[in-house]
Design a protein. Structure first.
Length: 387
């Protein structure tokens, strides 16, 4: 299985990272914080999710602004900005119609996107979801004071080598996690964003409110929610389900906000997902990526692009503007995607064509990460392979 990491620009110029894995009908994960596309590939928490999703679907994920491989030095971290960033990634990836998956904070972004773009979302799947951030729930003063105290702990302890502060957060997300899983989640916190950005993101999530948008969702909707979830109480999932017309809520018998591969609720989630969003479709309808490309040793998302004639002028497209995509009705030609670092001419292709350096076996391209402090050397992973 290959992981392709790509970059695009949002409406304000912020560079956003997103990844593609697997093949099949497209399913898109809306952004949430505590992600890092490179580190998730080796995480005992998130790698099982990547494997399961990619086994049945073309799976698109992204790092939200201020997180992971996306730009860290950003001015705006509002809910509206998160939604617009998601719109930019969808357009850059060329997704026309797709199933939308939202978890935790990403569930609210998914609801807002589905309400704004009903023509593009075929199914909506939500896990650990909520319509209202913590400060929109009418909490008593002492609970509000506790939330602000948590922000102070994040500010002073997030980036330390000593994981004591982060472990407190980890236990809230995966109370059933073992030592390896808790340590991995703690490391993900440290890698995914800076202490300053963590505080800004948490503060913004406190004020999320999609109660007005949820009734405008028109696609079939499935909600799954852990009964003992500490990060998103089950009652908040029930409230959101009551706001989305025709939605179905499936309780999961676990306390974990992030489902662990070894627990029955993980299997239950994917059973429900595959029944709700069928991974296979009738032959000939074109919604599965053709296996013929792989049989010939090609990746259908990355073979050599060839110049096409512009319908308006009859001239070839400029280099980098024409990128071949899978033969897939849900995918458009890439629009707005920033050319990958290391793109180079494909041997044997016509002049003016390009193909990522990953096809030449380079895999990694040196260069500073967009958020690398002080110009520290780092790299972007363009592709990863696994058996």
């Amino acid at each position: 299985m290959n992981q392709q990491i790509r970059f695009c620009r949002s409406f304000d110029g912020t560079r956003l990272a997103y990844s593609l894995t697997g093949e099949g009908p497209p399913i898109v994960r809306s952004p949430h914080w505590l992600t890092h596309l490179e580190y998730e590939w080796e995480s005992p928490l998130w790698r099982p999710w990547i494997d399961e999703m990619s086994r049945s679907y073309t799976y698109l994920c992204m790092d939200e602004r201020a997180c992971g491989l996306s730009d860290w030095d950003v001015k705006d971290l509002s809910f509206e900005t998160w939604v617009r960033d998601f719109e930019a990634v969808i357009d850059a990836a060329g997704m026309e119609r797709f199933a939308l998956f939202g978890a935790s904070q990403g569930s609210s972004i998914a609801v807002e996107y589905a309400a704004r773009h009903p023509e593009r979302v075929t199914h909506l799947v939500l896990l650990g979801s909520y319509a209202r951030g913590w400060l929109r729930r009418g909490l008593p003063p002492e609970r509000v004071a506790e939330l602000h105290a948590l922000l102070k702990l994040v500010e002073v302890g997030w980036g330390r080598e000593d994981p004591a502060y982060r472990q407190m957060y980890s236990v809230q997300f995966i109370p059933g996690g073992n030592l390896e899983e808790l340590a991995s989640f703690s490391e993900l916190q440290r890698r995914s964003c800076s202490p300053e950005n963590a505080v800004r993101i948490i503060r913004s999530t406190f004020d999320i409110d999609v109660t007005a948008s949820a009734p405008n969702v028109r696609c079939p909707t499935l909600l799954l929610h852990a009964r003992g979830d500490r990060r998103a109480p089950f009652e908040e999932g029930r409230i959101l389900a009551s706001l989305i017309p025709g939605s179905r809520l499936v309780p999961l018998e676990t306390d974990n906000h992030i489902l662990l591969k070894r627990e029955p609720s993980f299997q239950r989630f994917f059973e429900e997902l595959r029944a709700f969003v069928p991974p296979r479709v009738a032959p000939g309808d074109g919604t599965r990526v053709s296996g013929a490309y792989r049989a010939r040793g090609r990746d259908p998302r990355a073979y050599c692009a060839r110049p096409r004639q512009r319908p308006d002028r009859g001239a070839p497209r400029p280099v980098g503007e024409d990128r071949a995509q899978p033969h897939h009705p849900h995918l458009r030609q890439d629009r707005g995607r920033e050319p990958l670092a290391g793109d180079r001419a494909c041997p044997g292709a016509r002049p003016g064509t390009a193909v990522p350096a990953l096809l030449a076996g380079l895999g990694r391209v040196p260069g500073p990460r967009p958020h690398a402090p002080g110009g520290a050397e780092d790299h972007h992973v363009l592709t990863k392979e696994a058996s």
